[in-house]
Each structure stands twice: as C-alpha cells, then as structure tokens.
Design a protein around this ligand. Structure first.
Ligand SMILES: Cc1cc2nc3c(=O)[nH]c(=O)nc-3n(C[C@H](O)[C@H](O)[C@H](O)COP(=O)(O)O)c2cc1C
Length: 332
C-alpha cells in the first residue's frame, strides 16, 4: 500500500498534489492531473467577499466534482467575518478541505490586505484562521503561505506556529518571499524549518519539475506532501512519473504522439466544460496547447501558432504537423 498523509481526517496519497493556480488549474486541468495521479487538487483562489456578494462566476469556481476529490476550495480575504461567512457558503459545495491563500503576491490581492499581505500581520492571519476553522466545523482548514514578505522578514515558522495554534489542519509552504514573486529559486530550508516547528502536516511547494526534484523536496524538507504548480504545465503526467518513482517502478515519459493526444484531450475537455462557444473557449486553451510543445525542436514557432488557434479542428491539424516535424527529426 502506498503511504498516505492525513489532513484533518482526509486521507491523501503521499505522492504529489496539484497547486492552486488561478487562470490555469481550472476543472479540466485538475481532471487531467487527477487522471495522471495527482493525489490532491485545489481550486483556483476565490474571493471570500465575492462569494458573500454571491458573484456567479465565483460560485462556478467553488464547484467540486467527485472525480476531482480529494479537493480543496481555496479562499482569499482579509476580514475574519467575511471569511467565516464565505466558508459557510463554500461548505454547500462539499469540498474535502478549505484552504486559505496567504501567499498570493499580486498587488490586486495584496492591496486589499489579503494573500501574502497577511504574512505582515500574523495576528490577523490567526484570527482569519480561527474564524474559518469555527465556521468549517468538521471540514479541515489549511493555509498556504510563502517563506516571508522579503528576505529581511522570513516569518514562515512563526506564522505556521500561529496558524497551527488557531486550528489549521495543515500548512502549505511555497519557499519564496512575496518580494520574489516567481523569480529566483524556492528555499527548501525554510520548509524544513516549518516541518520541525509544527506537528500538523506541512505541504512543500516550489520548483518541482520532475521526479528528481520531487524526491529532493521530500528528502531535504521532510514534508508530508509535495505540491506542484508550474511543473505540471503541459505535463499532467508528471504525477505519474512521481508515483512510479516512489513505488520503485519503471517510468518512460510519453513520446511526442502521446503528448499530442493528451494535449487534444485536454483541449476537448476544456471546450466541453466551458460555457462559452468554441471560438471563445479555445482562447483559454491556447497557452495549454503551447505548453505541451515545450522542449521540442521548432517548438517556438509552433507555440506562436498555438496562440492563433481558433478551433479544435485547427488544434488537431497543428498537432499532426508537429508530430510530422518531430518524426522527421527522429524524435519518438
Ligand atoms: C499562474 C499561476 C497562478 C497561481 N494562482 C494561485 C492561486 O490561486 N492560489 C495560490 O495559493 N497560489 C497560486 N499560485 C502559486 C502556486 O500555487 C505555487 O505556490 C507557485 O507557483 C510555486 O510552485 P511551483 O514552483 O511548483 O510553480 C499561482 C501560480 C501561478 C504560476
């Protein structure tokens, strides 16, 4: 039996989880990653206030389908009362876990006092957590943080301890400061420090791009679960690679034809799940198509063409041409 981690009563395989990613990890993306073995997925972040004012788009973001479970719905906000109210509304969607975003670096979120701004106000972060935990009842509440605000203010350990005391069932740590946004490399030592400081499970996140970097995350931090964001772009099969490594099984990455098949399936799922007509829904699929072509000969030109796609039929045609080019180059 593979190892599991228990987050507030929710059993999760100790392979790797998919990180929340707004405008990327939508339902189609999460389903693709689950299919390839992601142990746990998190929704795109949803505004606590937006839910309280019952924004329709926000409600769509909270929907949890059984195929995605175990799944968390992620909220962001800076006011304990709104957070508690939002948690109660989200519970109607029956998430397995409710996660709160205290790491988002973007000014639009930080300027409202939410996301990583909370790393500068740990007492408020604790009150938000307490309010969410109380409102959530039996459903575990987890928090996602960064290493700190900037390199002079690394506070992940202090923050994680305060969150644990406030009832958080787990904490996910992205080993970058707010100041870094997505640049530089993620610090694994700070994740290890948090692991040593708290007794709740710690989810380690940042710069996992393959099985080797995932094993490095487990080895160097002792985290309970690894979490992958950008490393899954155009590569939902990264979860299969990691599961195989942990199970000591052989793994060979999909060849170009298989990759293109996966890409087309991903696009068709996006189109199927979208409430927009194909010519508009395809816009959101363009970047995904481009990511599946990364790392191959001539891919820059093809990626440019992905950004022109206006239908599924065109995506099929482009995938065919891409395969022909790679075959001519002798790629598998
Ligand atoms: C496009 C994009 C959107 C993101 N959206 C969210 C979000 O909604 N909530 C959140 O907590 N983190 C969000 N993140 C941060 C990721 O969850 C993750 O912490 C970060 O990308 C580092 O992990 P990685 O190196 O594996 O990508 C986002 C990251 C990216 C690149």
């Amino acid at each position: 039996m593979p190892e599991t981690v228990n987050i507030g009563g929710v059993e999760i395989l100790r392979t790797a989880a998919l990180a929340p990613m707004a405008s990327v990890a939508d339902r189609a993306y999460r389903l693709m990653c689950r299919e390839y073995g992601a142990a746990y997925v998190v929704s795109e972040m949803v505004s606590a206030k937006g839910i309280c004012y019952s924004d329709r788009k926000t409600a769509a973001l909270c929907t949890v389908t059984d195929e995605e479970r175990p799944m968390a719905v992620q909220l962001f906000g800076s006011e304990p009362d709104f957070m508690a109210e939002a948690v109660k509304i989200v519970l109607e969607y029956r998430p397995d876990i409710i996660d709160i975003n205290m790491g988002c670096p973007v000014p639009k979120v930080v300027n409202t006092g939410a996301g990583s701004a909370l790393m500068r106000d740990i007492p408020l972060a604790a009150r938000i957590t307490e309010a969410a935990v109380k409102a959530a009842g039996d459903v575990p509440v987890t928090i996602k943080i960064r290493s700190g605000w900037d390199k002079e203010h690394i506070c992940a350990v202090e923050m994680a301890k305060a969150l644990e005391a406030s009832g958080a069932a787990a904490v996910a740590v992205h080993g970058r400061t707010r100041d870094q946004f997505y640049s530089g490399t993620a610090d694994r030592q700070v994740i290890a420090d948090v692991v040593n400081a708290v007794s709740i499970p710690v989810i380690g996140n940042g710069d996992i791009t393959d099985a080797d970097s995932c094993m490095d995350m487990y080895r160097r931090t002792g985290c309970a679960l690894a979490m992958i964001g950008r490393g899954s772009y155009g590569a939902p099969f990264i979860f299969r690679e990691i599961a195989a490594r942990l199970a000591g099984e052989d793994y060979s990455p999909p060849g170009v034809e298989e990759r293109m098949r996966i890409m087309l399936r991903h696009i068709s799922l996006m189109l199927e799940l979208s409430d927009k007509p194909e010519h508009l829904a395809i816009h959101e699929a363009r970047k995904h198509a481009a990511w599946y072509m990364n790392g191959y000969y001539g891919s820059a030109k093809f990626r440019g063409r992905c950004y022109q796609l206006s239908s599924y039929a065109e995506a099929e045609e482009l995938a065919g041409e891409f395969i022909t080019l790679q075959r001519a180059r002798g790629a598998e």
